[in-house]
Design a protein around this ligand. Structure first.
Ligand code: ZN
Length: 199
């Protein structure tokens, strides 16, 4: 318990020092597919809002928020399942009709099951609702939120860092960010916001 209080007291000045609060708009897409059950999420709109409450609790230490501006149902493209292995991230990405996306928001798609827990290599972020992970001390109790928060870290140009309690460690539920990651993520968030303000 003492360690938790110590960590909270160390984080508090950091959170208070991150001003202004940077709010990035997010469009959530709940994937639908009649032909590929793994593509179809069972998450509800309320579950997604709970997930983003936890995402924002994690990112509050960096003074960054992800604001849901819309939640849509999105029909996956009916790709032949043998083109690639259906749990492969390339197949999943190819089955998402990203051409429909608005550019002035981060698109986050939820699917039921795939190989990786989530991925981002260019739009959109894709998050699996059944992630496999190892618990670490002080980690998030909401593994789907942790996956979303981790992938949003990649959107903000953060790289993997395999310190096991870190948000950017793979396959774990840690949520910590160091000062350099906070600085880098805020710089990228400001770049994104300034690009979106251009005509
Ligand atoms: Zn990653």
């Amino acid at each position: 318990m003492k360690i938790v209080f110590l960590l909270l007291s160390l984080l508090a000045p950091c959170a208070a020092g991150q001003t202004p609060l940077l709010s990035l708009p997010v469009h959530v897409h709940l994937m639908r597919s009649s032909s590929q059950p793994r593509m179809q999420t069972t998450l509800t709109e309320n579950a997604v809002r709970d997930i983003f409450s936890e995402v924002n609790a994690i990112w509050s230490h960096a003074g960054i928020r992800f604001d849901i501006v819309a939640i849509h149902l999105l029909q996956a493209l009916d790709l032949p399942p043998k083109k690639w292995f259906v749990r492969d991230r390339n197949w999943v990405k190819a089955a998402i009709p990203a051409a429909q996306f608005n550019t002035a928001a981060i698109d986050v798609c939820f699917v039921r099951d795939m190989g990786p827990n989530g991925f981002f290599y260019g739009e959109p972020v894709v998050v699996c609702e059944m992630p496999e992970f190892t618990k670490v001390s002080g980690g998030s109790d909401n593994p789907v939120a942790r996956v979303a928060a981790h992938e949003l870290g990649h959107v903000l140009f953060l790289k993997h860092r395999q310190d096991h309690t870190n948000l950017m460690a793979s396959g774990r539920n840690g949520v910590s960010l160091n000062h350099q990651e906070i600085r880098d993520a805020r710089t990228r968030a400001m770049q994104i916001l300034s690009q979106w303000r251009l005509p």
